[in-house]
Design a protein around this ligand. Structure first.
Ligand SMILES: C[S@@+](CC[C@H](N)C(=O)[O-])C[C@H]1O[C@@H](n2cnc3c(N)ncnc32)[C@H](O)[C@@H]1O
Length: 286
C-alpha cells in the first residue's frame, strides 16, 4: 500500500474524528467520570494556575481544555485547537453549559500552529500527539509558541499489552483478517508507546526538565455491552478496522468482544486496564 503524505494523514484524521464527534458527545458524561483524573494530572504537570494563557492541542470535545479554563480563571485563558470542527462544536457547547467565557476553540493543525512565537505560558495535550505524521515538527512548533520557562504536559497511550481497554477489540478483529504488522513510525494509537520516544523528540526540540511516567489505571464499565458500544462509538481508528468486516463477521466479532470482556469482571463491575504515558517538559528560561 502506498505511504500517505502528511497532508493526506491530516485530512484522514480530520474526517475520522468529525465522524465520531456524535459518539463523543453521547458518551461524554461517562468518559468524563472515568478519565477526568488524567485531566487533573495534565493540569498539574503543566503547572497551571490563575492568570495563565494556555494552549490545548487536539482538544477534541474539550479535554483537558475545560479543566484548564477552570484552573486559570477569568484572568487567564485557554485556546483548544483541533482539526475536527465537529468535535470542537461539542467542546463549545460544554464550555457554554459550564459558563466558561475564558476558553475558545479553533480549528488548526498541531504541526503548523497558527500563533505567534512565545504566546502561551503552558501547553497541554491528551491523546493527540501519536496521531501526527510529523511529531518532531510539532515538538518544534510547541517550543516556538511557548514562552521561555513554560511547560508542556502531554498524555499518550503506552504499550498495547497493558491497554486491554483498547486491544481487546483489536485482538478479535485480527481473528477475521490479516492485519499487517504495524509500522512503528506510522501515526496511530500506539505510535508513542515506547518509553523515551516522545521524551527524546522533546529534548531534540530543545526542551529541558523532561520527565515521563507510565500511569496505570483502569476504566470501569457496568457491562460488556456498554464497553463495546462506547468504545466503538468514539474510537475512530478501531472503527476503521471494524468497517472492513462483513456484516456477518461484525455480528460475530461483537459477540466475541463482549464475551472476552468477561475475564475483567470483578465484584464491582468490569475493570479494563489502561496504561498512559505522561510526559512533561519545560522550554528553557533562555
Ligand atoms: C482521541 S481524540 C482526543 C481528544 C481529547 N484531547 C480527549 O482526550 O478527549 C484525538 C484528537 O486529536 C485531533 N487531532 C489529530 N491530529 C491532529 C492534528 N494534526 N492537529 C490537531 N488536532 C489533531 C483529532 O481531531 C481528535 O479530536
Amino acid at each position: 500500500m502506498a505511504a500517505h503524505s502528511p497532508e493526506q494523514i491530516i485530512e484522514g484524521q480530520r474526517q475520522d474524528w468529525n465522524r465520531v464527534a456524535g459518539g463523543w458527545e453521547k458518551w461524554d458524561r461517562f468518559f468524563d467520570e472515568q478519565m477526568a483524573f488524567l485531566n487533573h494530572r495534565l493540569v498539574a504537570d503543566a503547572r497551571l494556575r490563575t492568570g495563565l494563557r494556555v494552549l490545548d492541542l487536539g482538544s477534541g470535545t474539550g479535554y483537558p481544555a475545560l479543566l484548564g479554563a477552570q484552573t486559570v480563571g477569568t484572568r487567564g485563558s485557554v485556546i483548544g485547537l483541533d482539526l475536527a470542527e465537529q468535535m470542537l462544536k461539542a467542546a463549545g457547547r460544554k464550555a457554554a453549559l459550564l459558563n466558561l467565557s475564558n476558553v475558545t476553540f479553533r480549528t488548526g493543525d498541531v504541526t503548523s500552529l497558527p500563533f505567534e512565537g512565545a504566546s502561551f505560558d503552558a501547553v497541554t495535550s491528551r491523546f493527540c500527539l501519536m496521531f501526527l505524521p510529523e511529531i518532531p515538527k510539532a515538538a518544534t512548533e510547541i517550543a516556538r509558541v511557548l514562552k521561555p520557562g513554560g511547560w508542556l504536559a502531554a498524555a499518550v497511550w503506552s504499550a498495547p499489552e497493558k491497554n486491554a481497554y483498547l486491544t481487546t477489540p483489536l485482538a478479535v478483529i485480527k481473528q477475521f483478517m490479516d492485519l499487517p504488522p504495524p509500522d512503528p513510525t506510522a501515526p496511530g494509537i500506539f505510535r508513542l508507546a515506547k518509553p523515551g520516544e516522545l521524551a527524546g523528540m522533546l529534548r531534540d526540540a530543545g526542551f529541558t526538565n523532561v520527565t515521563e511516567e507510565e500511569f496505570l489505571a483502569d476504566v470501569r464499565f457496568p457491562s460488556g455491552e456498554e464497553y463495546y458500544e462506547s468504545l466503538m462509538d468514539i474510537a475512530a481508528p478501531i472503527q476503521n478496522l471494524f468497517a472492513k468486516l462483513s456484516e456477518q463477521q461484525k455480528t460475530e466479532a461483537r459477540h466475541r468482544i463482549v464475551g472476552s470482556i468477561g475475564q475483567f469482571r470483578r465484584s464491582d463491575g468490569i475493570a479494563l486496564p489502561i496504561a498512559v504515558r505522561m510526559v512533561a517538559a519545560r522550554k528553557p528560561l533562555g
